[in-house]
Design a protein around this ligand. Structure first.
Ligand code: PHE
Length: 342
């Protein structure tokens, strides 16, 4: 019995001194004292050697010892819990939170496509200011003051200075390129333009254009046709037919509007082509001699062609978007539909 008392006293001192700083130390303690082969079990085993009359007292001693060992363990149980709770917070097997990717705007995708088709033909990209002066937007393009053609484009004027406008077409960039006087010139001018129109499914107060200009010696209408033929074939497929209709623009002579066979019905008639089988995609023509003269270029030596198209229109035909407002409403349901296009 005395033996047992000594043993317990020695362990009690150890238990009281035990002060783990982490879960591993606590676990080692548990195994050492409370485990199936631990000290508490072992000492309990000594009960059988205690003579009968002393069994009660020994039992009490042992129980007190067991409770002490357990209490010490419980006192530090938070160490184990802490560990467990961090483990619970980080579950490495969980799939990551996905970050939704954005999509490129369909107009940008189509603009890039238009530009890259012309770049491969040797056109370089030129850009210019959206707030333009009268000279670059109108006068230099053979539209002097009071020219009736100015009414073709409902212009936004800068209130404080009517000499300044929001450009109505990117022909103003062509003017700026001609001004530089470097010939031959082959440029494609993408950009946003503004017209004072009531916003509806078919009209908007701003839209996007890509205009092209090619000036060199001996450029002919046949070059214009072949260039646009190539563009249509790249953009809408080689089976697409095209036709030119005589038209009027102040800065080109002769002028034409170009139609392509309807890409939706193939020419048999549908809503897109208004049952004509043809859809108009751009205006074009041979650069007017007056315009060349405005930039000091001799029209007897140089000639050139120009064309201009609306990016919204090309996108509408290619992807059957039938409301212009969709382009600027930033509705994710609309934009998401263009995820897969390049
Ligand atoms: N600038 C014209 C427009 O905005 C388009 C065009 C460009 C027509 C070049 C002919 C030649 O309507």
């Amino acid at each position: 019995m005395q033996d047992l008392q000594h043993k317990i006293a020695a362990h009690e001192a150890d238990i009281n001194a035990f002060s783990p700083s982490n879960a591993a130390e606590l676990e080692a303690y548990r195994i050492q004292y409370l485990g199936t082969k631990g000290i508490v079990k072992e000492i309990f085993g000594a009960m059988k050697d205690v003579p009968g009359p002393q069994k009660k007292e020994a039992g009490q001693l042992l129980n007190a010892f067991k409770m002490l060992a357990e209490a010490r363990y419980e006192a530090f149980a938070h160490l184990q819990n802490d560990n467990k709770s961090t483990e619970a917070k980080i579950d490495f097997s969980l799939p990551g939170t996905s970050i939704p990717t954005g999509t490129r705007h369909p107009l940008r995708v189509v603009e890039n496509k238009i530009v890259s088709i012309f770049e491969k033909l040797g056109f370089s990209v030129a850009t210019g200011p959206e707030v333009e002066d009268d000279w670059h937007n109108f006068t230099s393009l053979n539209m002097p003051e009071n020219h009736t053609a100015r009414d073709m484009q409902d212009t936004f004027y800068v209130a404080s200075n009517p000499d300044w406008v929001l450009r109505t077409h990117t022909s103003s960039v062509q003017a700026r390129m001609l001004e530089k006087g470097e010939l031959p010139l082959r440029v494609i001018c993408p950009g946003r333009v503004y017209r004072n129109e009531t916003i509806s499914a078919r009209a908007h107060c701003f839209f996007h254009q890509c205009e092209g200009l090619y000036i060199d010696k001996g450029v002919s209408f046949a070059d214009l046709k072949q260039t646009l033929f190539h563009f249509v074939s790249e953009m809408f497929g080689p089976d697409t037919k095209l036709r030119f209709r005589q038209s009027y623009f102040p800065f080109t002579e002769p002028s034409a509007e170009m139609d392509i066979s309807c890409t939706v019905c193939g020419g048999s008639g549908c809503n897109l082509c208004k049952h004509t089988g043809w859809v108009e995609i751009l205006g074009c023509g041979m650069v007017h001699p007056n315009m060349l003269r405005n930039f000091g270029i001799d029209p007897e030596v140089y000639s050139g062609f120009a064309f201009g198209m609306g990016v919204e229109r090309i996108t509408q035909i290619k992807y059957q978007v039938n409301d212009l407002r969709l382009y600027s409403q930033n509705d994710v349901r609309f934009l998401k539909q263009f995820e897969a296009i390049e």
